[in-house]
Design a protein around this ligand. Sequence first.
Ligand code: F6R
Length: 267
Amino acid sequence: MRVVILENSEQVSLRAADLICQLVSSNPQCVLGLATGGTPLGTYQELIVRHRAGQVSFAGVSTFNLDEYVGLPLGHEQSYRSFMHRHLFELADFELSRCHLPDGNAADIPTACCAYEQQIAAAGGIDLQLLGVGSDGHIAFNEPGSSLASRTRIKALTERTRHDNARFFSSLEEVPKLSMTMGVGTILEARRIVLLATGSNKAATVKALVEGPVSAQVPASALQLHPRVDVLLDRAAAADLLRADYYHEVEQIQRGLELQQQIEPVH
Ligand code: F6R
C-alpha cells in the first residue's frame, strides 16, 4: 500500500484527479471504476475543471460504478445514477452509453448482478478503481462480514451506514435497506485502486484498514492483499496511524525518485 498523507481534503482531491488524468492521457479508452458519496466530490469537480480547461477528455472512457440502492424509484435524486449524472457525467464529455451503474430496479437482481460482472469483463476489466470507505469499514456496500471473495450481489446496509447516509435524504426511514454492490473480490480485480478518506470520522477506520489485520469485519482491509493501492488521506483521517512518520518518509523518497523518473511507484 502506498499511504499518502496530505495537508487537507483539497490536496486529496487534486492528487486523485492527477492519477485519473495521467491514466486517461496515457490510455484514452481506459476503464474507470467510480464511487459516490461525499468523499470523491472534490475529485469530480477537479476533473470537470480540467476538462473545461481542455486538459483532459473522457470521450473514450468507460465507467463502472461500485453500487446502487435497491428499490429507489427511477430518477430519485439520491439514486447513485442521478448522483453520477449530476456531479460528473453531464458536466464533462463522458459518452453516457459507456457509463455503467448497477440497476437497483432490475426485476431479477441476481441476473442483473451476473450481467454487471460480465459487462466489466467484456470491457477488459477495470484499470483504476476509485474508492471511499464507510465509517464501519465498508468498501462499495460490502458491509462488515462480507466475504473477501464476494462478487456483485445484493447486500443489506448496516444501521450505521443508513445513519451515515441519512444526511442525503429527508429522513432515516427514506434510506433504502438494500443495495446492489460490486463484491470485494470484484474490486480486488481492478488493476489499480485509489482509496480516498478525509475527516476525523474516518480515522479509526483508516487505521484498521491500513494497519489492522485483514478481516472480513473490516472489508477495506482486504486492500492490503492488492499489489497496487494508493491510500490518499488528509491529516484528520490519518490521525490514528501508528506509522505516519514512516509513510511520510517513504513518500518523500518515492516522489523524489519518480520526479527523476527512475522507478515505478512502489506499493
Ligand atoms: C459509494 C460507496 C461507499 C462510500 C462510503 C463513504 O459508492 O461505495 O462505500 O464510498 O460509504 O461515503 P462518504 O464518501 O459519503 O463518506
